[in-house]
Design a protein around this ligand. Structure first.
Ligand SMILES: [Ca+2]
Length: 103
């Protein structure tokens, strides 16, 4: 549990289930969400998650990425994300930006 914050609004942003406790997954998610607001960082994140360097994220790579970010990486949720941003089951840079904006 992390108890020191620079301003109260940070706490509210991190505490996504509003139980007044910021758990490690909540903190990790918040950090990634902040990180993914910058287009340059989105690009470097995509490169990090694209483990076979194909330029696209497939289902397995996206699942691993979501797991790393402490986000819902159930196969239903992964499929939902892919269907909502991509037409061909592959996530390219543009699709990944769209997906990151929804996190
Ligand atoms: Ca890939």
């Amino acid at each position: 549990m992390i108890s020191k914050f620079t301003k109260p609004s940070d706490f509210e942003e991190y505490d996504t289930n509003k139980d007044r406790i910021v758990t490690k997954p909540e903190f990790v998610r918040a950090m990634y969400k902040r990180y993914l607001r910058n287009p340059d960082d989105i690009e470097s994140a995509l490169k990090t998650f694209d483990t076979d360097n194909s330029g696209y994220l497939n289902k397995e790579e996206l699942t691993a990425a979501m797991k790393k970010m402490c986000m819902d990486h159930s196969s239903e949720n992964i499929q939902k994300i892919i269907t909502s941003v991509s037409k061909d089951d592959q996530i390219d840079y543009k699709d990944f930006v769209k997906a990151a904006m929804k996190l």
